[in-house]
Structures are given as structure tokens and as C-alpha cells.
Design a protein around this ligand. Sequence first.
Ligand code: OOG
Ligand code: MG
Length: 257
Amino acid sequence: MIGPDVAGIAEKLGAAADGATAIAQLAAETGLDVDAAYAVQTALVQRRLNRGERLVGLKMGLTSKAKMAQVGVDEVIWGRLTDSMRVPDGGTVEHADFIHPRVEPEVAFLLDRLPEPGEPLGAFTDAVRAVAPAIELIDSRYADFTFSLPDVVADNTSAAAFVVGPWSPVPDGLDNLGVLLEIDGRVAQVGSTAAILGDPRRALDEGIRLAGRHGVRLRSGWLFLAGAATAAVPLRPGSHVRAVVERLGSCSLKASS
Ligand code: OOG
Ligand code: MG
């Protein structure tokens, strides 16, 4: 049996992102299962690396019930981050570069020493050098921001851009810090880091395990986004977004009008 056209699907998704034009979902039609979808994701990210981008870390998706409920997919997923997706704290994104961008508050980890294959993950503080508040800008390449599990995995889990705020040493309790997303000075979402798999540290265990299944090992110096604690909010042209995580501080981005 001939499998799905991994390279062709990656090209379609890459062109949709480059041209900021939505496409129809394709997993059902092409018989794409989750494993093949991760192969598409690898090819899609390789397309970015081929034009000079650098892999700078991983991101988790759907690690909170709020996110799962918003998109109707209830499996934890992971994707890749490249340097060109990073926006400086306080920076501006070009709204027209995206299809239907949404923003969500995140917690970022800066990875330090990582376990060897087979070695159990030691103390979290051994693996993570620092933590920071972050904003992820997601932009599904599918029409109406609607997708199945293999569709969103193939689309690099809607990754489009991200901002990382100031780094802090790992605080004693990361498991119940208040999280706020403000749009133009008004609170748009409120949550807690407890919503991220009960404790965002679990997102790292899951990331190591799930990415490991596809032969991807996390590296020292990489960034790691633990997944949003709240639902995402549409990013309108001209708006100013700020994410606050208790004890970690805040970061922000603007959208061009
Ligand atoms: C999928 C990506 C989910 C998160 O933090 O849960 C994600 C999506 O919602 O489009 O990045
Ligand atoms: Mg996210």
C-alpha cells in the first residue's frame, strides 16, 4: 500500500504558512495517522531549516483542559520552535503575516543538563536552568482554525511565533502560580499553572517521552514551552498583548494595525 505523500503535504502546509492562506484539512483525505503526521511535521520544519532557520526548542500543545476543550482534540502534542518564530519581548508582529492568529499565555523553560537515553529524569531543577513567562502566537494553517489530531500535529501544532520574558531561577513552587492574559490592558484570560498537567514540570517529562518516541532528544540550551494554561484569544490588528505569570513577571507583544 502506498502511504500518504509526506513531502507533498509538508509543502502544502509550508506554502499556506508562507502565503498566510488557509487550506482545507487533509488528514482524513490522505489517510494521515499520528505517526505519519509527525513525519510531515519533521519535513515541514526541515523546509524552514533548509532556508537557514535554526531549531531552538520544543513546544507542548494541549496540556490543559481549557486548550483541549477549545480545539476539540484531547491528546497532548508537541511541536518544534525555530529562531525565526521568536519575537523580542515588547516587539511587534506583522498581523498580515498570519491567517487568523491567536495568543495564549505560556511558561517557558531554558533547558540545561538533560538525561541520557534510558536515564530517568532527575530533579527538575537539574534539567531546567531558568523559567520565564511567555506568549505563544498560534496560527492554524487550516480554515476556521479547525483540525483533527493528525492535522494539527502535521501543522507543527499551529506554531507561528513566540515571545519569552525575563528569565528567573526556578522558583520553589511552580505548580500553582496565577496566569493572566491581558489584551489592551483588559484581562482576557485568567488561569493557573496548575492547569498545565497539574504541574508544568510534568510537561517536560511528557515532552521528553513523546518527542523521544520520534527519535528527538531535547538539548541543553533549548527553549521549552509547557503549553497554555488558558484558552487562546484572537489577536486583532493593532492590539497589545501582555502575559503575566505570578512570581515570574510579564512579557508582551503588539500586532501591527
Ligand atoms: C494547537 C496548539 C496548542 C497549546 O499551548 O496548547 C498549543 C492549537 O491550539 O492550535 O500550543
Ligand atoms: Mg501553545
